[in-house]
Ligand binder design. Structure first.
Ligand SMILES: C[S@@+](CC[C@H](N)C(=O)[O-])C[C@H]1O[C@@H](n2cnc3c(N)ncnc32)[C@H](O)[C@@H]1O
Length: 415
C-alpha cells in the first residue's frame, strides 16, 4: 500500500487519545510509547492533534452525533478517528483532503465507508465557530457549583487559547529585552517561543514556570533561613527559594522527577539539598523556619496545557488527592518551628482540594492560623479571599493571557 504523508503522526495521535481516555494515562506518558519512533516534527504534530481533540471533545462528539443515524459507542474506533479529524479541521486548520487521506487508513478493514460518509457530510456543512468549546459535563457541573457559571465560561474560552510562556528569573529581569511583559518581580511573559532559542537558556538565568505556580514561594519571607520544599520536583519552587537565598531542603518521592530537579539546579547554578523520600515516612533532623508544601493533586488547574486532566480527574482521584494532602499537611505541621510559616498550594481547581483540605486542617490544628498575604507580596491583580487564602480561577487577567488555576494559603504556627 502506498504510504500516506502524515499518517504515522495520526496513528500516534490515535494511540495517545486511547491512552488518555481508556487507560487514564497522561498525554505525555501516552506519547512516550505511541510517538517514540517518530521524527520530532511528527511527534509534535501527534501531540498537537491529540491535545486539540481533548480540548474540544464534547463539541466534536455533538458534531459526530448530528451526522450519524445510530450513536457510535464512546470508545469505538470510528468515533476516535472522526474526533481526531474534526479536531484538526477546527483547531489546526488542516486542509480537507489531508484530513480524509489520513483518517481513512486508520479504519482500514473496518467501517471506512461510515467514516468517509460522516466526514464528508460534516465538511460539506462547515464547522461551527469554536472559540469556547464545552468541557466534560461533570467538570462543568463541579466548577459551576463551586465557582459559578462565569468561571465555566472563562474556562471554555481559556481551553481554546494557546497559553503564554512564563519565565521565572533568579534575579531581576528586563522584560523588554526578551520582547515580553512583566506581571510580577522576576517574571517575564512571552507570546510563545522555542525555549532553547531564547537568550540566556544556556546560562541558566531563568526557567519556565506558570506565573500562578510562582506565587506560593513568594509567600516565604526573606527572614526564613532553613526552608523545606516538600514535594519539590521538578523544582520550579526550589529554584525560586534557592535564588532568594534560603537554605533549601527539597524532598520528593519520585526518583525520576528528582533527577529533573537536579538537572534544573545544575543548569541554573542554584543549590539545594535533595532528599529522595516518601514524606509520609521521612523524618527531618531539625525543624524549619518555613515549609512549602506544593502537594500532589488532580492538577485540574493546568487544563490549558494538559487538557487530559479533565478526563483523568474523576471523583475518586480528587478524593484521594485531598486525603493525601491532609496527611502531608499533618506531617509538615510537626516539622515547623513556632512562629514559622507553612505555605500549602495545589494546582487544582477543585474546592475539595484547597479550601476543604485547609478548613479540615485548621479544625485539627488549633496551633495554626491563616496569615493573609500583605499588599505587595503577590501581584496587585491577585486578591486574597476574605478568609485569607488565595484562589486563582479562570478569567483572571484574561486579556494578558490568564493563569493556571491554583490554590495557596500561608499558615503560621502560633504555639
Ligand atoms: C505538584 S508536584 C510538585 C511540583 C514542584 N513543587 C515544583 O514546583 O516543581 C507534586 C510532587 O509530589 C511528589 N509526591 C507525591 N507524593 C509524595 C510523597 N508521599 N512524598 C514526597 N513526595 C511526593 C510527586 O513526585 C511530585 O513531584
Amino acid at each position: 500500500m502506498p504510504s500516506v504523508e502524515g499518517l504515522p503522526a495520526r496513528r500516534a495521535a490515535l494511540q495517545m487519545l486511547d491512552a488518555v481516555l481508556r487507560r487514564g494515562q497522561t498525554l505525555e506518558a501516552g506519547g512516550e510509547s505511541a510517538a517514540r519512533k517518530l521524527s520530532p516534527p511528527d511527534q509534535a504534530l501527534a501531540t498537537a492533534i491529540a491535545g486539540e481533540t481533548l480540548r474540544r471533545l464534547p463539541d466534536l462528539d455533538d458534531l459526530i452525533d448530528s451526522a450519524t443515524r445510530q450513536r457510535l459507542p464512546d470508545d469505538s474506533k470510528p468515533r476516535m478517528v472522526l474526533r481526531l479529524a474534526l479536531a484538526q479541521k477546527i483547531g489546526l486548520g488542516t486542509p480537507d483532503h489531508a484530513l480524509v487521506a489520513t483518517a481513512l487508513p486508520l479504519v482500514d478493514g473496518g467501517p471506512r465507508r461510515l467514516v468517509h460518509g460522516v466526514l464528508g457530510t460534516l465538511l460539506r456543512r462547515g464547522m461551527p465557530p469554536s472559540d469556547a468549546p464545552r468541557l466534560p459535563p461533570e467538570v462543568e457541573d463541579r466548577w459551576r457549583s463551586a465557582w459559578g457559571d462565569e468561571i465555566v465560561q472563562a474556562a471554555r474560552r481559556q481551553i481554546a487559547t494557546r497559553p503564554k510562556l512564563d519565565l521565572s528569573f533568579a534575579a531581576d529581569a528586563d522584560a523588554a529585552s526578551y520582547g515580553g511583559i512583566s506581571l510580577a518581580p522576576r517574571h517575564v511573559r512571552l507570546a510563545s517561543a522555542s525555549v532553547i532559542d531564547l537568550p540566556g537558556f544556556g546560562e541558566g538565568g531563568w526557567w519556565v514556570q506558570d506565573l500562578a505556580a510562582s506565587l506560593p514561594a513568594r509567600l516565604i519571607s526573606d527572614d526564613a533561613d532553613d526552608v523545606l520544599d516538600l514535594c519539590a520536583a521538578p523544582g520550579g519552587k526550589t529554584m525560586q527559594l534557592a535564588a532568594a537565598g534560603h537554605q533549601v531542603t527539597s524532598v520528593d518521592s519520585s526518583e525520576s522527577r528528582l533527577a529533573r530537579l537536579r538537572e534544573n539546579l545544575e543548569r541554573t547554578h542554584l543549590k539545594a539539598e535533595l532528599v529522595h523520600a516518601d514524606a509520609l515516612g521521612w523524618q527531618p533532623k531539625q525543624q524549619f523556619d518555613a515549609i512549602l508544601l506544593d502537594a500532589p493533586c488532580s492538577a485540574t488547574g493546568t487544563f490549558r496545557r494538559h487538557p487530559e486532566v479533565l478526563y483523568r480527574a474523576r471523583r475518586q482521584i480528587i478524593a484521594e488527592g485531598a486525603e493525601l494532602q491532609g496527611k502531608l499537611l499533618d506531617r509538615a505541621a510537626r516539622w515547623l518551628k513556632t512562629g514559622g510559616a507553612l505555605v500549602y498550594s495545589v494546582c487544582s481547581l477543585e474546592a475539595q482540594e484547597g479550601e476543604d483540605v485547609l478548613s479540615a486542617f485548621l479544625k485539627r490544628h488549633h496551633e495554626f492560623t491563616i496569615d493573609i498575604p500583605e499588599p505587595g507580596e503577590l501581584p496587585a491583580f491577585v486578591t486574597p479571599h476574605q478568609r485569607g487564602w488565595v484562589r486563582i480561577l479562570p478569567g483572571l487577567i484574561e486579556e494578558e493571557g490568564g493563569l493556571d488555576g491554583f490554590f495557596l494559603a500561608r499558615l503560621v504556627r502560633t504555639a
